[in-house]
Design a protein around this ligand. Structure first.
Ligand code: HEC
Length: 393
């Protein structure tokens, strides 16, 4: 009896450990742009972890995010013959929308990141906006109020504020009417890049996307519709995506956000892509042994590992790395530290402890190469790294 119970229990553990990371099902519909089609969607939970690799250079913002929590988003997907549509719903107690009048306000927002199509099969791009040779396409939507944009360049920050018009009464009313007629209520951008520094905005309409955000009683709902295929991606089968959200009330912007790891979107009725599934697979290592191995190999000398460990300027913090990284990425970090060099070299870092050196124009990581560790130890460390993540809000 006892024996049966234990083996059942260990089966249970094995089953949950083998469960792939978050996954979303894309349901086939006649037309993704038809709002009624969303009644067919199947929503799945996707965890979004605070991006904490790099200490943000803003004291106030850091104080507002002292002990950041993970957020749970509900994500649904639809596809038709031409397009994919994604809906992301997440809780946010305050609506922070950008308006032309207030420059100190940070808007809420969300982004969907796709791995760009490459000629040769590649490991997945770095989660923080791609890496050398591994491009990404990022769709970004920020919440906006009506903003005055007479030049249509979407550079609201440089436009004239109401308070600066110097007019009153009817003239001011005329001004307001003109603002309303010229107002651009959207802040939607698409970027392509191979790493944070190489991000470029796509402005030539070669990506025909449409994103929007609506605020309701439970928080935000964001939608994105984009083609299944264009010059940047070719979506079908199993598609890895990553979701990010920004909370304006916590001064979120740029790298100060919550983001998911790569998540599989499985296209219902299509053949799964084994290579993508393999890249998203969890580690089968032993996390408890990995914790010991990590200590024995001096990782703590450079990294903040757990949230309770002292901060370090020598290397990125690993305290949430398990939340937004795949096991495959963590494995690669150990055996090929320079394959992906974490971007945004910390400006606070001491000049004696750079994160990388430039060698013939290439960034070479200063991290120790651990490829000589035996496979099991490496896998145990990866399993432990996967456990490093903030609790869910
Ligand atoms: C000599 C200092 C040093 C040591 C020791 C070290 N690292 Fe690193 N590590 C770095 C630096 C610097 C980076 C950032 C540059 C890069 O991406 O390689 C980094 C990056 C990483 C990343 C990627 C982080 C991210 O946010 O994507 C992981 C994971 C990692 N290290 C894990 C480890 C583990 C596990 C050990 C011990 C087995 C270890 N490191 C030992 C310096 C170190």
């Amino acid at each position: 009896m006892n024996k049966v119970l234990t083996s059942l229990l260990s089966l249970g553990v094995a089953a949950s450990a083998a469960l792939a990371a978050d996954a979303v099902t894309a349901v086939k519909v006649a037309n993704v742009a038809d709002a009624a089609a969303w009644s067919k969607a199947k929503f799945s939970s996707v965890m979004l972890y605070p991006q904490t690799a790099i200490e943000f250079n803003d004291k106030k913002a850091n104080e507002a995010n002292e002990a950041p929590k993970a957020k749970k988003a509900e994500v649904g997907a639809l596809y038709d013959g031409k397009n994919i549509a994604l809906m992301v719903k997440w809780a946010d107690g305050t609506k922070d929308a950008q308006s032309g009048y207030v420059s100190t306000l940070y808007p809420d927002g969300f982004a969907v990141q796709f791995a760009g199509a490459t000629k040769k099969a590649q490991p997945l791009p770095y989660i923080g906006m791609g890496s050398d040779g591994r491009p990404v396409v990022v769709h970004l939507q920020k919440a906006t109020e009506k903003v005055y944009e007479p030049n249509g360049n979407k550079d609201v920050g440089t436009q004239l504020n109401r308070q600066q018009t110097g007019v009153f009464g009817k003239e001011l009313a005329d001004y307001d009417a003109k603002v309303a007629s010229l107002a651009n209520t959207d802040y939607e951008r698409v970027f392509v890049g191979e790493g944070f520094r190489s991000l470029t905005e796509v402005k030539d309409n070669s990506i025909q996307s449409n994103a929007a955000m609506t605020y309701g009683t439970n928080g935000w709902s964001g939608t994105l519709i984009r083609p299944l295929k264009d010059g940047y991606v070719n979506l079908g089968g199993t598609v890895p995506v990553s979701i990010a959200v920004w909370d304006g009330s916590k001064m979120g912007r740029n790298g100060l956000k919550n983001l998911s790891s790569w998540v599989a979107i499985n296209f219902e009725g299509q053949k799964a892509n084994g290579a993508v599934i393999a890249e998203l697979a969890d580690s089968k290592g032993n996390a408890a042994k990995g914790k010991e191995a990590l200590a024995a190999n001096g990782c703590n000398g450079c990294h903040q590992v757990e949230a309770t460990d002292p901060k370090s300027v020598m290397a990125p913090s690993l305290k949430n790395v398990g939340g937004y990284s795949t096991a495959a990425y963590l494995r690669e970090s150990l055996v090929k530290p320079s394959a992906v060099v974490v971007p945004g070299y910390n400006r606070n870092a001491h000049s004696n402890t750079p994160w990388y050196n430039l060698e013939k124009g290439k960034r070479v990581s200063t991290m120790t190469d651990y490829s000589s560790l035996d496979k099991q130890t490496l896998e145990d460390i990866v399993a432990y790294l996967k456990t490093l993540k903030a609790e869910v809000e």
